[in-house]
Write a protein that binds this ligand. Structure first.
Ligand code: PGA
Length: 255
């Protein structure tokens, strides 16, 4: 059966890799997916390797994402990076609202919205992360939490903006823990996200790509991708090996 949406897999390298290591990994990923036609593939190196990796991957099938951005274009914001600067070094996407940003760096829903809208203004595709903690899941608050994060993240976006957004559902309890959401748990939330977006724009919702993230591995991606509303993966630990990331992309796009 043909998929409703083109699969998208993004490797999130987090705080890992020198320029040389990042180039080696990016090159292996590029070579590994060279013959693949059925999926979009991106990697998100650290800031210091973005330019070199984007140059290396130029004109190939793998695009480059940043892991975060600021919302202002320029000015006295020591240490921040503007979306236009990311576009300038060759990025096509930027991850915003990752739970590590929210939990370790106090990033609030309002900031995620500002970042996503700034990314869109600079021509970048925001990959907006939402996800509940284990305590929220245990308390039966999963869908309420997702709704609040999603509504805040896409507030004040035009339909044109929304059409360029990717959402990633990343349950916090599944990130880096080896404990992935079951396909059924992922599908429940992905379906909920799509239905919620449909209340904003019915024509856009069926086109929205919703990635799953949280302990994605070569041996669990097929079952996740078999769910109707799972359109790809945001992959952390398993994307640090080209061999496992390429297997995830291949298994996932064949599912
Ligand atoms: P993980 O991370 O695959 O290592 O669980 C996913 C993410 O944080 O995006």
């Amino acid at each position: 059966m043909a998929r409703a949406r083109r699969p998208f897999f993004c490797g999130n390298w987090k705080l890992n890799g020198s320029i040389a290591e990042s180039l080696a990994l990016a090159t292996e990923v590029r070579n590994g997916v060279a013959t693949l036609r059925d999926a979009d593939v991106a990697v998100a190196p650290g800031f210091t390797a973005l330019y070199a990796v984007a140059k290396r991957l130029e004109d190939g099938p793998v695009s480059v994402a940043a892991q975060d951005c600021f919302w202002e274009e320029k000015g006295a914001f020591t240490g921040e990076v503007a979306p236009a600067q990311l576009a300038d070094v060759g990025c096509k996407h930027v991850i915003v609202g990752h739970s590590e940003r929210r939990q370790l760096f106090g990033e609030l829903d309002a900031a995620v919205n500002l970042k996503a809208r700034a990314a869109l203004r600079a021509g970048l595709q925001p990959i907006i992360c939402v996800g509940e903690t284990l305590a929220e899941r245990d308390a039966g608050e999963t869908l309420g939490r997702i709704q609040a994060q999603l509504d805040a993240a896409i507030a004040e976006m035009s339909d044109d903006d929304l059409s360029h957004v990717v959402i990633a559902y990343e349950p916090v309890w599944a990130i880096g823990t080896g404990r992935n959401a079951t396909p059924g748990q992922a599908q429940e939330v992905h379906q909920f996200i799509r239905a919620r977006v449909a209340t904003r724009s019915a024509p856009l919702a069926p086109k929205l790509r919703i990635l799953y993230g949280g302990s994605v591995k070569p041996d669990n991606i097929r079952a996740l991708m078999a769910e109707a509303d799972v359109d790809g993966g945001l992959v952390g630990g398993a994307s640090l090996s080209a061999e496992s990331f390429v297997r995830i992309v291949k298994e996932g796009s064949a599912a």
